[in-house]
Design a protein around this ligand. Structure first.
Ligand SMILES: Cc1cc2nc3c(=O)[nH]c(=O)nc-3n(C[C@H](O)[C@H](O)[C@H](O)COP(=O)(O)OP(=O)(O)OC[C@H]3O[C@@H](n4cnc5c(N)ncnc54)[C@H](O)[C@@H]3O)c2cc1C
Length: 554
């Protein structure tokens, strides 16, 4: 199949990329290994959109917003671009019928700090940046816009390998149906990968497996395909942890109206709220270090305590939950007759998730010609990333001819042979993908769980992982094409895990949540990205300064 722009993965980023590429006149194919109407992090709806709205926040607030969203180590140009386009992406969504002004105006509630202004019902002035909305049809609405523009959506197609021409340019990809053994060859002038990162729970085991599928879709194929094609990778050594209800969904932390308390009923961390505040939520419940500290002090568990909130606030909280994949939780509360106004709910810290990503410029271009990758991030970051990447890729195609001499037969026949071999394996001497997933969790949990990491644990983990990779190549079986796609995912995850172990070892310091026992301090001399490129089938490391708009790269 041939097209101008191939988009790999739907979700907020992929659908936005497909729509904006089509708006620029490109022919677009979008491959989604699930179903684009129920894809990625938006399928169940999200309830906060982080945004800088010039006419509400005012120009003086722009610098503040940039600072808030500029992590320790980041390319400033990307953050500035996000700041200036977050509202444009939102306006498009509103034009397409996404319900953002639920009560007739933008509501900046939740994820807030005391002293910040912008009360519910008082639009027009705020220094908060998260718009609280409710629309669990967001994904369906974006998919409809893509179809309206004749984007060819191919559901249940997993893209597995990029194709390059003799000049080293990416000129398409191959994919496999997750329903039957159909293999697809896509010839594309430009390819946009949506994110390609790794979900929480796929590298490290979740502390609360109840209610979770082992098969969360982000398993690093995007990053690993790009890496195998020669693109630069970064941030493999970094991770972040979130907090979650102990036996329930992790979503909705900014939606709770309550106070995070320890077992002595004391607020656990700043802002030390005395009582629930519907305007703010309680940012303490989002702080993994605060939750850990409570346990270290012997004052666990940690509770989110909404007791005694008003009926109005309860209604408001439930409204937010409905758009945050919390409907089953609400159903369970009702079924068991549990009142949100009379009950505390236990929260925990989750395992780390890797920040591995492909290095890109402000067009979301990678270091390989013809390849664009939307960087991972929260909802509005993905919306902006998709909008820019799709437009940049579509514009680039105008000066390009479709390559008809793509040499894909080797890649295709090698992949076909590998998949047939996996499907042909039967018997107890072979293992399924779930067993491989557990083995990855064991290696990462035992040898690479921050802060218990040293050079010797990391290298021991690496040795186990190499053995595991070898066993997996020879011994993973799949009963059907659906199982096969999960096998391909865990094989990619093993490659991701290897880069994580090696990169953590390479960065000889602790930074943020990426901690090591043998290097407990942050080294200001290492304020640089650790970039990984595949050279002769091996990872090669180098350091690169983050881009600064001012030119000051410190
Ligand atoms: C329940 C929930 C609530 C949330 N609430 C908020 C919120 O209120 N505010 C906020 O800012 N963020 C929120 N988030 C996070 C936010 O939804 C995500 O950050 C965002 O949607 C990510 O979008 P994305 O398009 O970058 O990636 P994804 O949504 O992960 O999309 C990637 C897509 O690519 C597909 N894919 C992957 N590999 C392949 C392949 N090889 N071939 C084909 N397809 C592939 C996947 O199946 C997936 O559909 C929430 C997330 C969840 C799950």
């Amino acid at each position: 199949m041939s097209t101008d722009v191939l988009v790999v993965g739907a979700g907020a980023g992929g659908l936005m990329a497909a729509i904006s590429a089509a708006d620029c006149g490109a022919r677009v194919i979008l491959c989604e290994k699930g179903n684009a109407r129920r894809s990625g992090g938006i399928w169940s709806g999200n309830d906060h959109y982080c945004c800088y709205v010039p006419e509400i926040h005012g120009p003086a607030f722009r610098a503040n917003f940039i600072k808030e969203n500029l992590p320790d180590l980041a390319d400033e140009d990307l953050v500035v671009q996000f700041t200036d386009l977050s509202y444009k992406a939102l306006q498009k969504w509103e034009e397409w019928g996404v319900n953002i002004k639920t009560h007739g105006h933008y509501e900046f509630t939740g994820h807030g700090w005391p002293g910040s202004s912008g009360k519910r019902g008082e639009p027009g002035k705020t220094d908060r940046t998260n718009i609280h909305f409710s629309d669990n049809q967001l994904c369906v609405k974006l998919e409809k816009q893509a179809r309206k523009r004749n984007v060819r959506i191919m559901n249940r197609v997993m893209v597995t390998e990029l194709l390059k021409d003799t000049h080293g340019r990416v000129v398409g990809a191959i994919g496999i149906s997750t329903r039957d053994m159909t293999l697809f060859v896509f010839q594309a002038k430009c390819t946009v990968i949506n994110k390609g990162g790794v979900e929480g729970n796929r590298l490290y085991p979740s502390p609360h497996l109840i209610g979770y599928s082992m098969a969360q879709p982000g398993t690093g194929e995007g990053a690993m395909m790009a890496y195998r094609a020669g693109a630069d990778i970064q941030n493999a050594e970094f991770c972040y942890r979130q907090t979650s209800l102990r036996f329930g969904p992790w979503a909705g932390r900014g939606t709770w109206i309550g106070v995070a308390r320890d077992s002595e009923d004391k607020p656990i961390a700043p802002p030390y709220l005395e009582r629930p505040d519907a305007e703010l939520g309680d940012p303490a419940i989002e702080d993994p270090d605060a939750l850990d500290h409570v346990w270290e002090m012997g004052k666990g568990p940690v509770w989110m305590d909404p007791r005694a909130i008003s009926q109005d606030d309860e209604r408001y909280m439930r409204w937010g939950f409905e758009s945050e994949a919390m409907v089953p939780f609400l159903r369970w509360l009702d079924q068991e007759n549990i009142s949100l106004r009379k009950t505390r709910f236990e929260f925990i810290t989750m395992q780390p998730r890797t920040n591995i990503q492909v290095r890109v410029d402000t067009h979301f271009r990678t270091t390989i010609e013809g390849l664009y990758v939307i960087s991972p991030g929260f909802l509005s970051w993905s919306a902006v990333g998709g909008m820019v990447a799709g437009e940049s890729a579509a514009k680039a195609t105008k000066a390009l001819e479709l390559e008809d001499s793509v040499e894909h037969h080797d890649t295709l026949s090698q992949s076909k042979a590998q998949y047939e071999e996996i499907l042909g394996r039967e018997g107890e001497q072979f293992a399924g993908w779930r067993e491989a997933q557990w083995a990855i969790w064991q290696v990462m949990h035992c040898y690479a769980l921050p802060p218990n990491r040293t050079e010797s644990t990391l290298m021991a983990g690496h040795r186990h992982l190499l053995r595991l990779k070898d066993l997996a190549k020879k011994g993973l079986k799949a009963a059907n094409p659906h199982d096969l796609y999960h096998v391909i995912e865990v094989l990619n995850l093993m490659d991701v895990a290897e880069l994580v172990l090696l990169a953590v070892n390479e960065r000889k310091e602790s930074r943020g949540q990426a901690r090591r026992q043998d290097y407990p301090f942050t080294n200001p001399m290492l304020n640089e990205f650790l970039v990984i490129t595949q050279k002769e089938s091996k990872p090669a490391f180098r350091w690169e300064k983050p881009r600064r708009i001012s030119g000051n790269a410190s």
